[in-house]
Design a protein around this ligand. Structure first.
Ligand code: UDP
Length: 502
C-alpha cells in the first residue's frame, strides 16, 4: 500500500513539473482569475489559530479566502466578543459556518471522538452543500486547505475536482513519528518495563517512551484518539499538497528526512503578523477567541521589564484541584509577579471548591499576581514585562514562545506536548521540564525551584539567549525571501498552476 502511495505521489509531482515546464514557468498568471481558497480547521482554538493565520497570509497576497467555522464555534466566538461578530483584519477573508451536528445550545463537549465523528457525518454533508453554493454563486472554489485530522476532506475535494492541501498543525518531528508508526516502520512499545528503551527514528534525536506523543505510550488511555491520529495518514495520498506549521531552520533534519518519504512544506510559525514578519502591523491578534480575552496589558504595564511569569495551559488541559494548589503555592513562593490563565471550564465537577481556594489565594497574592480567564497570548508574550512562560507545550504555545524569545518551563499534559517538551529542553535548549512526583503531581517546591532556575541561574541566561536566537530565525523564515515565505509563495503558484491546468 505504501509503495503504491509513493508511486502515486511521485507521478503527481512529475505531472505538475511537466505542466510547469510546458507553461514556460508560470507567466500566464495574470490571465487567471484570483484563486479562491477554502480553509477548514478543526473546531478547536489550537487548530483554528494557525489555519486563520495561514488564511491571513493568503489573503494578504490577494487571494480570496473562505474560512470555515462550525455554528457552535461561531456562537462561542460571538459570546466571547460580547455579541460582536467574529472579526478578522483582512477584507479578503470571509467566514462561513456549517453545522457540526451538535446543537448550538448543547453543553460544551470535550469528547474529541464524538466531535470528529459528527463533523465527518453531518459537517461533511454541510461542507459539500457549501461548496456547491459557493460554486453556483460564481465564487468557484480553487483549493481546499484542510486540517489533517479531517481525513475525509480529500474525498470531498476529489468529488468537486478541486485540489486539496493537508495542513499539519503539529511539529514536523511529530509528523515523522506518527508516520513511522502508521507505516509500521517503527513498532509501538507497549511494555511497561521498556519505558527507558531508546526509539530510533531517522532525522530525530533519540527518544524514549516518555518523549513520544502520549497516544503512543503504553499508558495511553485514549485508544480511539490514537486511531484518529493514525487516520490522518490514510488519505494523505489523495491530498495534492502537504503543509505544516513549522519552519525549516527549526526542524531541518526532521524535514529533510521526511522529504525522502512524504515531503512536507513548512509555512510557519503562524502567529499574528505584527509579532513576526510585520507585513501587516495592524494584525496583532488572531481575532477568533473562544473565550473573552481579558485586558491584562494595563496590569503588565505596571511591572518592571522581564519580571512577570506568564502561566497558561492552552485551551483544552484541565488540571486537578490538587495540581492547581501546588502551582499556586509554587508561584507565590517564587516571589515573582505572575499572570495566570485559568479558563472558566477548568472549574468542572471534579474541581469543586477550586474557586474558594483561588479566591483566598488571590486575596493573599493581590500585589503579586493576576488570574484571568483568557488573554491575547501573543500580545502578552511580547510584552516587555513578561520574562518567562510556564506552558503545557501545545504546539502553538511552543512556537509562540520561540517567536517571542522567551524561556519556558514545560508542564506537558498529553498528545504531542511530551515530544515538544523534549525538544524545548534538549534540542532547542530554551527551557526545562517540570518533574512529576510518583503520584503524577508537580509539587510546589519543584515549581518554585524551576522558576528560580530560569530567572536566577546561568542556565536560565543561556536559555533566554537561545530563545532570542530562535526568535530571530523564526522572523527570518517568515520575512520576504525566508524559507516559510518562499513556501507560501510556492503554494500559491501551485494553486494558480492547477487552476490554469483545469
Ligand atoms: N491562547 C490564547 N489565550 C490564552 C491561552 C491560549 O490566545 O489565554 C492561544 C495560544 O496563543 C495558542 C492557542 O490558544 O495559539 C492554544 O494552542 P496550543 O497548541 O498551545 O494548545 P491547545 O489549546 O491546542 O492545547
Amino acid at each position: 500500500m505504501f509503495e503504491d502511495y509513493h508511486i502515486v505521489f511521485k507521478e503527481r509531482q512529475f505531472k505538475k513539473w511537466a505542466f510547469k515546464e510546458a507553461m514556460g514557468s508560470l507567466g500566464e498568471q495574470e490571465r487567471i482569475k484570483r484563486p479562491h481558497v477554502v480553509v477548514f480547521p478543526c473546531p478547536g482554538q489550537g487548530h483554528m489559530n494557525p489555519l486563520m493565520e495561514f488564511a491571513k497570509r493568503l489573503a494578504y497576497r490577494n487571494l480570496h479566502v473562505t474560512f470555515i467555522v462550525t455554528e457552535r464555534v461561531k456562537k462561542q466566538i460571538i459570546q466571547a466578543r460580547e455579541g460582536a461578530d467574529a472579526h478578522v483584519q483582512l477584507p479578503n477573508i470571509k467566514i462561513e459556518t456549517i453545522s457540526d451536528g451538535l446543537s448550538s445550545d448543547c453543553e460544551e463537549t470535550k469528547d474529541v471522538d464524538m466531535i470528529i465523528d459528527l463533523l465527518r457525518k453531518v459537517g461533511g454533508l454541510a461542507f459539500e452543500r457549501l461548496i456547491e453554493r459557493l460554486n453556483s454563486q460564481g465564487d468557484t472554489v480553487s483549493c481546499i486547505v484542510y486540517d489533517s485530522l479531517m481525513s475525509w476532506i480529500p474525498h470531498i475535494a476529489n468529488k468537486f475536482k478541486v485540489p486539496s492541501a493537508f495542513f499539519w498543525t503539529q511539529s514536523c518531528a511529530v509528523y515523522s513519528i506518527y508516520y513511522h508508526f502508521y507505516t509500521g516502520m517503527v513498532k509501538a512499545n507497549n511494555e511497561e518495563e521498556n519505558v527507558r528503551a531508546v526509539i530510533e527514528i531517522p532525522g530525530l534525536p533519540q527518544l524514549c517512551q516518555s518523549d513520544m506523543p502520549s497516544f503512543l505510550q503504553s499508558s495511553n488511555p485514549y485508544g480511539s484518539l490514537l486511531q484518529l491520529v493514525m487516520n490522518q495518514f490514510s488519505t494523505i495520498s489523495q491530498a495534492t499538497w502537504i503543509l505544516g506549521n513549522s519552519f525549516n531552520e527549526l526542524e531541518m533534519r526532521e524535514i529533510q528526512y521526511m522529504d525522502s518519504l512524504i515531503p512536507i512544506r513548512t509555512v510557519g510559525p503562524l502567529v499574528p503578523s505584527a509579532f513576526i514578519e510585520g507585513n501587516n502591523p495592524q494584525d496583532q491578534d488572531v481575532g477568533i477567541h473562544l473565550w473573552k480575552a481579558e485586558n491584562c496589558i494595563e496590569w503588565l504595564n505596571t511591572k518592571e521589564a522581564s519580571t512577570v511569569v506568564y502561566v497558561s495551559f492552552g485551551s483544552l488541559a484541565i488540571l486537578s484541584k490538587e495540581q492547581i494548589i501546588e502551582i499556586a503555592i509554587g508561584l507565590r513562593n517564587s516571589r515573582h509577579s505572575f499572570l495566570w490563565v485559568i479558563r472558566p471550564d477548568q472549574k468542572n465537577e471534579e474541581n469543586t471548591n477550586v474557586d474558594d481556594f483561588l479566591k483566598d489565594f488571590l486575596q493573599e497574592t493581590i500585589d503579586q499576581g493576576l488570574v484571568v480567564s483568557w488573554c491575547p497570548q501573543m500580545a502578552v508574550l511580547n510584552h516587555p514585562s513578561v520574562g518567562m512562560f510556564v506552558t503545557h507545550c501545545g504546539w502553538n504555545s511552543t512556537l509562540e514562545s520561540l517567536c517571542s524569545g522567551l524561556p519556558v518551563l514545560t508542564f506537558s499534559q498529553w498528545s504531542d506536548q511530551t515530544t515538544n517538551s523534549k525538544y524545548v529542553e534538549e534540542v532547542w535548549k530554551t527551557g526545562i521540564r517540570l518533574n512529576k512526583t510518583t503520584h503524577g503531581l508537580v509539587g510546589r517546591d519543584e515549581v518554585e525551584k524551576s522558576i528560580k532556575t530560569i530567572t536566577e541561574s546561568e542556565q536560565g541566561v543561556e536559555m533566554r539567549k537561545n530563545a532570542l536566537q530562535w526568535k530571530t530565525l523564526a522572523k527570518d523564515a517568515m520575512m520576504k525571501g525566508g524559507s516559510s515565505d518562499k513556501n507560501i509563495d510556492w503554494f500559491i503558484h501551485e494553486v494558480i498552476a492547477t487552476i490554469a491546468m483545469a
